[in-house]
Design a protein around this ligand. Structure first.
Ligand code: FRU
Length: 485
């Protein structure tokens, strides 16, 4: 595996031609996706600035162009009319000023009168590598032009550590105020979120206080990518607590999850109604973000990084890593989030195949109706052996996924099994398979399991217990993988 020097990781991209050869190399990978957003070259991590604006979905991702490494981060933009087909638009935010000299880190979007406002963390480092995270603003006008405010909205708060980042911008029409929620870490090294407020977007920002979340004062070492959404009469605090172990999550220490509750913006208190829930029970899911500016409030649209902060993946040697999950629809039911695939995905179906020969097309959707009893599905078997095992213990209502039977094994130090207890008996699954991912929606959105997998050409079989009936459709490509930088 390549060892990267600091100079290589933080090299400035001056001309797209500098990465054309890498793009050609990456394009030849058998693991390039057909209907998931993926990096042109290099590494993709968090989704950023997801917003519906004037008939178009704008989405950005954290991008390091040079290879499968976390280095100088750009905001790369993609667009869609329907959330299913996506095209590459190119770089939108460059780390080209002193305030963001070591990366344009994660952030969010808000629709304003004349533009979409993108708020992000300018990751500044001094010569001695001391970090100073700045909260910065870019306006993206309707003609696509982006203009950066050449100074930060505000700098780091001295009472917290250098880990202050990932602004989520929210407008409160009742208070005629903007709020920014920032992921942070206090001096006792516990995770928290900070709140800033201002009557205007481009200036007047004041520190309002730390968000109070009773019962969550000691929950992880840093909260990355926090956000508060309003879905169906409930407020939802989404965040990624770092460096904690959770039951049935193997040795993983970074988790993307949520707490339902009620937000009081006057006292800056998020009163939880229930415990922390992991958003997705698969292996590779982090930094989830909901789209801003939806019409109506009874649902949200969420996407996430299909990857993990400390992961190595089999495509690293090919010069790329990471992709985004399918956007999914969120609603609240029984004090939990329900996550369903978007109805528009049905349009990707491109011919049904006969499931009886046990062969899996490399890009497909599988739907299973499952009757009582224990259940097992092996995906990506080779001559009837190995593969990824998805099993259900009906006595405990426990779903187990195990990818240790795959030929290409990776991130094994985070362990290869995840388990989850489901609320109702297993009856239904919709499984979306792309060249290097699998997303399993259980019982109409009760639970989702999202994972990267890198099957070899021969790992193309599946085996199902007789208590399940399956249908399989091939899916057509929906992501244009053009070289736009
Ligand atoms: C989460 C994260 C964010 C940060 C970004 C940098 O994966 O660490 O906290 O802004 O990635 O790429």
């Amino acid at each position: 595996m390549k060892e990267w020097t600091i100079e290589e990781r933080y090299r400035v991209l001056e001309d797209p031609e500098q990465i054309r050869d890498l793009y050609e190399q990456v394009s030849r990978s058998p693991y390039r996706q057909e209907y998931h957003v993926q990096p042109v070259t290099g590494l993709l991590n968090d989704p950023n600035g997801f917003i519906w604006h004037k008939g178009t979905w704008h989405l950005f991702y954290q991008w390091c162009p040079w290879g499968a490494v976390h280095g100088l981060k750009y905001w790369y933009q993609v667009q869609s009319e329907d959330l299913v087909t996506w095209k590459n638009v190119g770089v939108c935010i460059r780390p080209d000023m002193e305030m963001d000299n070591m990366g344009a880190y994660s952030g969010s979007a808000l629709a304003a009168k004349d533009a979409v406002c993108l708020v992000y963390t300018g990751n500044h480092r001094d010569e001695d590598w001391t970090r100073r995270p700045n909260t910065c603003l870019v306006k993206m006008y309707d003609d696509g032009r982006a203009s950066k405010l050449p100074w930060p909205l505000f700098g780091p708060h001295p009472a917290y550590t250098e880990h202050q980042r990932d602004p989520k911008i929210i407008y409160s029409p009742e208070r005629k105020k903007y709020f920014i929620i920032l992921g942070a870490q206090n001096k006792a090294r516990r995770g928290c979120a900070l709140v800033y407020e201002s009557p205007t977007l481009a200036d007047g920002w004041q520190f309002a206080g730390a968000l109070k979340v009773p019962g969550f004062e000691d929950f992880g070492e840093m909260w990355e990518c926090p956000s508060i959404e309003h879905i169906g009469n409930k407020d939802v605090l989404l965040f990624c607590p770092q460096h904690i172990y959770l039951p049935r999550r193997g040795a993983a220490t970074s988790h993307s999850g949520y707490v339902l509750g009620t937000m009081d913006w006057d006292t800056l208190t998020f009163q939880p109604d229930g415990s922390f829930h992991v958003l997705d029970f698969g292996f590779d899911f982090y930094a989830a973000e909901c789209a801003a500016n939806l019409e109506g409030e009874d649902y949200a649209i969420l996407t996430a990084w299909m990857g993990l902060p400390d992961g190595d993946y089999p495509t690293d040697d090919e010069g790329w890593q990471g992709c985004l999950t399918l956007p999914r629809e969120l609603t609240v039911r029984d004090r939990r989030l329900i996550q369903r695939p978007l109805p528009e995905l049905v349009d990707l179906r491109d011919g049904e195949v006969n499931p009886s020969d046990g062969t899996l097309p490399p890009v497909c959707e599988m739907e299973l109706m499952i009757s009582e009893g224990p259940f097992e599905l092996l995906l990506f078997t080779k001559n009837g052996e190995g593969g990824m095992r998805i099993s259900y213990n009906d006595a405990f209502r426990m779903i187990t996924i195990d990818r240790s039977g795959m030929i290409n094994r990776f991130n094994t130090e985070q362990e290869e099994i995840r388990e989850h207890l489901i609320a109702n008996p297993l009856s239904h699954m919709r499984i979306f398979i792309d060249h290097s991912s699998v997303e399993i929606f259980v019982n109409d959105g009760d639970a989702v399991f999202t994972s990267r997998v890198f099957p070899t050409e021969e790992e193309n079989g599946f085996i199902l217990t007789p208590n399940a009936n399956g249908r399989i459709w091939k899916l057509r490509p929906a992501v244009k993988d053009d070289f736009v930088v």
